[in-house]
Write a protein that binds this ligand. Structure first.
Ligand SMILES: [Zn+2]
Ligand SMILES: [Zn+2]
Length: 233
């Protein structure tokens, strides 16, 4: 099918909206009609090739939308379900089996290789391969193919534009506080940098009972945002 996507052609090139061809979902894949996608710093540094992700590619890894079609083996979601997308993981390695998919043995392959696990791409432009499956989604497009493992079904009341950044930035900041630091009530915490990740950390600090929460940033507007979501004055 033809879709519109923001293609990153080469190192440092602007995101360019183009028509490209997207495969139908394979047996274990989910086709999502995108409604929202967050822009994360990682998209920008991949565009600038800090990491050797192959280009041209469609980036984007904080997607949310509505399931359009599913492969025959997919049981978790069905067409019409509203979903958020996050990072990919294999589901089979010892880390995934232990419930720690963020340290999946194939984390690079599922997220930064910009290809399916078998090395193929779901995107083409004319005869040329455009790399897909960035973070198992490539969500800077009108449609994206994810895997069953990296989509989460949402309650119909959840706004897709709000939930999209949960796929990376929000869970990174909130997860660092709630799952790794686990502060006791009454703890003081300083958060350096109050972008999406930092603001999520501030919110999580507040939610877990921290009483002095210090936001540190060079931009006054970000400090104001930090105060709005829970940093103490
Ligand atoms: Zn794994
Ligand atoms: Zn990210």
């Amino acid at each position: 099918m033809n879709v519109r996507a923001a293609v990153t052609q080469s190192k440092g090139a602007p995101f360019t909206i183009q028509e490209v061809e997207l495969d139908q979902p394979r047996e274990d894949e989910v086709l999502v009609h995108m409604e929202a996608a967050g822009m994360c710093h990682t998209d920008l540094i991949i565009r600038d090739q800090w990491y050797p992700v192959p280009l041209p590619a469609v980036l984007g890894h904080e997607g949310a939308g509505v399931v359009e079609a599913v492969g025959a083996a997919v049981t978790k979601v069905a067409p019409g379900d509203r979903v958020a997308m996050s990072y990919g993981s294999c589901g089979a390695c010892v880390k995934c089996q232990a419930g720690r998919p963020w340290v999946c043995h194939d984390f690079w392959g599922r997220n930064f290789a910009a290809a399916r696990a078998d090395g193929t791409s779901a995107l083409r432009r004319g005869g040329e391969v455009i790399h897909s499956h960035f973070f198992s989604q490539s969500s800077f497009a009108t449609y994206a193919i994810a895997t069953e493992r990296n989509v989460t079904k949402l309650d119909p009341s959840v706004p897709l534009g709000v939930v999209a950044p949960f796929g990376c930035g929000v869970q990174t900041g909130a997860g660092a506080v709630m799952n790794a630091l686990r502060p006791e009530a009454g703890t003081s915490m300083a958060v350096f940098g109050t972008g999406t990740v930092g603001l999520a950390a501030v919110m999580a600090a507040r939610a877990t009972g921290c009483t002095t929460i210090i936001g540190v940033d060079m931009r006054p507007t970000r400090l104001e945002a930090a105060r709005d979501v829970g940093a103490t004055p």
